[in-house]
Write a protein that binds this ligand. Structure first.
Ligand code: NZQ
Ligand code: ZN
Length: 392
């Protein structure tokens, strides 16, 4: 068991109609002039944005709005947001949407609280010393950005997708009303469930330091999301299932399911980030497309964990050798992806890279992780290329 720090300062307000609390929460955290930041328009179409602005109007809180955060959010809009906030003297950021709007808001927050180019943080050139306070109204259960320290931004030039993490960017509050996720396309719901599970799996497939309590939480979370993803496939308006998945999304990425381990593997995420940067695929679908190949590539180096996963999460039969059980678990996971219409290779993801593009992704991935990375198995550029090739 490793020593650990666990820091989750986000105030969670969970349940039906909780978005009506937004003005009082902004006031509680000292906001007087707000930037409302959102995505491509789902919050306009659903009427949520209007409800939010009505609530702020009634409370006498002034605001400016900036939409347009696309999935795999762009640096250009971050710069635009920083300029707008400076001009309007904004002192609080409100992201209304999913991981893309939240991450874009976090990047704007870094740009406002620090001098110089905000991309420097994502380019690992220097560390942020602060972030403007930020609140969230979540509309998709997926990334866990509503409680996480991370933000992932894509620089248009060179299509470089990078994450930056610091406690400064953890949201002050997160409003989570599961009903708000009911307008999601089925594909996005499934992508979200995949991402949630992956955040815990990244922390699970490690070489050491595991705690019984952490494993129990992780395995329980994984079983819960697996079960409820299938319920939502058949019954997308099921409130209880929406709620289970939404809360799991936050717990999967706020650090809870990694306490005591060695920090996690994270290579499936790193490999996916190159796919997202280059082909603009949905993050969850990209993860599903790469995970099985990654798992087969590394499982022998992390056999006890793959066996435990197979038995306790995928609930496969406990017969045969450890390797057979581990492989059965990987196959069961891929069957689960197929059952919720997620891809299990790049072709099914709709991506058909050339040899040059595969090599480029491996190279960018290796640069992005500083040469090599992984816990289940440490991967270098040659390994990354082998996984990309095998996942076509
Ligand atoms: O943009 P709008 O119009 O809002 O539509 C979005 C978007 O098309 C739509 N959507 C969201 N809520 C909806 C809805 N449509 C109808 N009804 C609703 N209630 O769904 C699509 C996806 O939204 P997005 O915010 O892009 O999804 P997600 O939350 O999956 O975020 C993905 C981004 O987060 C990054 C990913 O790499 C990707 O860039 N990640 C961020 C992390 C973090 N900050 O901790 C960790 C993750 O591993 C991940 O890398
Ligand atoms: Zn993710």
């Amino acid at each position: 068991m490793f020593d650990f720090k666990y820091y989750t300062p986000t105030k969670v307000v969970f349940g039906k109609n909780t978005e009506s609390k937004v003005a009082e929460l902004i006031k509680e955290f000292g906001g007087t002039k707000v930037l409302i930041h959102y995505g491509g328009g789902s919050v306009v179409r659903s009427g949520l944005l209007k409800r939010v602005t009505d609530t702020l109007d009634a409370a006498g809180i002034s605001y400016v709005s900036l939409g347009g955060a696309v999935p795999n959010p762009h640096l250009g809009l971050v710069y635009e947001g920083i300029e707008l906030c400076k001009k309007e003297n904004v002192d609080f950021l409100l992201a209304v949407g999913g991981g893309s709007a939240i991450d874009s808001a976090k990047a704007i927050g870094y740009g406002l609280a620090n001098e110089g180019d905000v991309w420097d943080f994502y380019d690992y050139k220097r560390k942020a010393t602060g972030c403007m306070p930020l609140g969230v109204i979540l509309t998709i259960a997926a990334t866990g950005s509503e409680m996480s320290d991370s933000s992932v931004i894509t620089k248009e030039e060179g299509l470089v997708k990078r994450g930056y993490s610091s406690d400064f960017a953890r949201p002050k509050f997160a409003i989570m009303n599961p009903e708000l996720t009911m307008t999601l396309p089925d594909y996005q719901t499934a992508c979200g469930c995949t991402d949630i599970m992956m955040h815990t799996m990244e922390r699970y497939f490690t070489q050491g330091g595991n705690m019984e309590i952490t494993d129990a939480l992780a395995e329980g979370l994984l079983r819960t999301v697996k079960k409820n993803a299938v319920i939502l496939r058949d019954d997308p308006k099921n409130y209880e299932a929406r709620a289970e998945v939404m809360w799991a999304g936050s717990l999967a990425h706020n650090g809870l399911t990694g306490c005591g381990n060695d920090g996690g593997d994270w290579m499936t995420h790193k490999l996916e980030h190159e796919l997202g940067g280059l082909y603009d695929v949905a993050h969850g679908a990209g993860l599903a497309a790469i995970w099985g190949t990654w798992a087969r590539y590394v499982y022998k180096n992390c056999l006890p964990r793959f066996k435990k996963f197979a038995l306790n999460v995928m609930e496969v039969e406990n017969t045969g050798s450890d390797e057979e059980i581990a492989l059965r678990g990987i196959e069961a996971m891929e069957d689960f992806y197929r059952s919720i219409n997620m891809p299990t290779n790049l072709r099914e993801l709709g991506v058909n890279p050339t040899e040059e593009e595969l090599a480029l992704m491996a190279k960018k991935c290796a640069v992005g992780v500083g040469g090599e990375m992984g816990s289940a198995r440490v991967l270098n550029e040659a390994d990354m290329l082998a996984i990309y090739k095998a996942s076509v």
